[in-house]
Write a protein that binds this ligand. Structure first.
Ligand SMILES: NC(=O)c1ccc[n+]([C@@H]2O[C@H](COP(=O)([O-])OP(=O)(O)OC[C@H]3O[C@@H](n4cnc5c(N)ncnc54)[C@H](O)[C@@H]3O)[C@@H](O)[C@H]2O)c1
Ligand SMILES: [Fe+2]
Length: 388
């Protein structure tokens, strides 16, 4: 067995009503004036007010300008507010976009250089102010990872700040916070969690610890995502999805994600496609490519996704895994091809150039990909799902 380390948020608080612990965590972390980082939609749903009510007498500030797939400019604005009002901690309430904004600002608030200095791996010089993450989507796992993903609008690419100093101090994962998600967000973020689990399981850096989290998450997502999508008030399904997303986050936060994410990034960076949708569009085609490198593990994925593989060849069982993933994407109405989201065939070459540079993720993938292999996968994804 090779040596591997495992990291997560310092403390996890999970289950229905877990947010009721927010005040004691604020006090434990000695935050006297935290900045709540969120967006106007979370304010409208009433979720923000629920957390504010729980804070009681604690004084706080509000940053409501988080945008999906946050741009560098959002981080600059949030940093300015944090420093101007002398905040001493963060409470991020929202999806991956809000949590990633707070993580980036915690790294950047006291830094005297420019934000782009911190983009890359292990470039954050010290731990910033403490951070409590309260996810309202069940997808990114950002509440337990050491990554903040931002959009560089000028270069039209998504970039990551990766540092263990970004690991949140507390993740409060309370399923009722996800109840108000629109169906499209339930679907996209849920597929993102599925892809985290699948890519972590197939990663060359997978370990027995990440494997059990990844397989457990896959089982829960296969059963619960269609239910949560079909009925937003199915709180059992919401609870399973919130927990599965956390587990998938712990799996990929340590094993890494691979080519699905690398090929999805240019869709987010250039065309603002929601992160989970971009992953879903690439998933079957990258898996078809990966199959010969990890056929035994693909069979195990098929089983985790609820397929019967008794008496089947490994080859047929691996194909069944791809079918099961594809069916799940269809059940939750994710677009089925790049052309249906109005990406033109001429864009594929530039996307392949961008994706081939994302070595940070491509190196985790079980099968190597050249720039031309990536281009061929984009061509398949352009035509769409129907993976024979
Ligand atoms: N840091 C990580 O480890 C990591 C991992 C995966 C993805 N990401 C990043 O996270 C971002 C995507 O995050 P996401 O999928 O959670 O979506 P999101 O945070 O971008 O939110 C999507 C939309 O849903 C709304 N929303 C969120 N929760 C809601 C709720 N409960 N009720 C009503 N509306 C709600 C938001 O206001 C927003 O408009 C991307 O930028 C992606 O790159 C980060
Ligand atoms: Fe993701």
């Amino acid at each position: 067995m090779t040596v591997s380390s495992f990291k997560s948020a310092y403390k996890l608080i999970t289950g229905a009503g877990a947010t009721s612990h927010v005040r004691e965590e604020v006090e434990r972390l000695q935050m006297k004036n935290p900045l709540i980082v969120t967006d106007a939609i979370i304010e409208k749903t009433g979720l923000l007010q629920q957390v504010i009510d729980l804070l009681g007498e604690v004084s706080y500030g509000l940053f409501l300008e988080v945008e999906p797939e946050p741009a560098f400019s959002v981080i600059e604005k949030c940093k300015q507010m944090f420093n101007q009002n002398k905040h001493d901690g963060f409470i991020a309430i929202g999806g991956g976009s809000a949590i990633d904004t707070a993580k980036a600002v915690s790294a950047y608030a006291t830094y005297t250089g420019v934000l782009t200095d911190l983009v890359g791996t292990n470039l954050v010089p010290e731990k910033g102010a403490p951070l409590i993450a309260i996810p309202t989507t069940a997808g990114t796992g950002s509440e337990v990872t050491n990554i903040s993903i931002l959009s560089d609008k000028e270069a039209q690419v998504k970039k990551g700040i990766v540092s263990d100093y970004l690991l949140p101090d507390v993740a409060i994962v309370s399923p009722e916070m996800t109840r108000t998600m629109p169906a499209s967000v339930t679907a996209a973020s849920g597929i993102d969690a599925l892809v985290h689990a699948i890519e972590a399981y197939l990663s060359v850096h997978a370990s027995p610890i990440t494997d059990s989290l990844a397989l457990g998450a896959m089982k829960m997502i296969a059963k619960s995502l269609p239910k949560a999508y079909a009925n937003p008030d199915d709180m059992k399904a919401r609870e399973q999805m919130a927990t599965a997303s956390l587990m998938a986050g712990m799996a990929f936060g340590n094993a890494g994600v691979g080519a699905v994410h690398a090929l999805a990034y240019p869709l987010g960076g250039r065309f603002n496609v929601a992160h989970g949708v971009s992953n879903a569009l690439l998933l079957p085609f990258v898996m078809k490519w990966n199959k010969i490198a990890c056929i035994d593990r693909m069979k195990e994925i098929a089983e985790a996704l609820g397929e019967q593989t008794n008496g089947m060849s490994e080859n047929a069982a691996a194909d069944l895994a791809i079918e099961a993933m594809t069916r799940l994407c269809e059940q939750v109405n994710i677009p089925s091809s790049l052309k249906t989201i109005e990406i033109s065939e001429e864009d594929l070459a530039l996307m392949a150039d961008d994706a081939s540079l994302i070595d940070r993720l491509l190196k985790n993938n079980p099968r190597r990909l050249s720039r031309n292999d990536i281009y061929a996968i984009y061509q398949e994804a352009y035509e769409g799902r129907s993976v024979q």
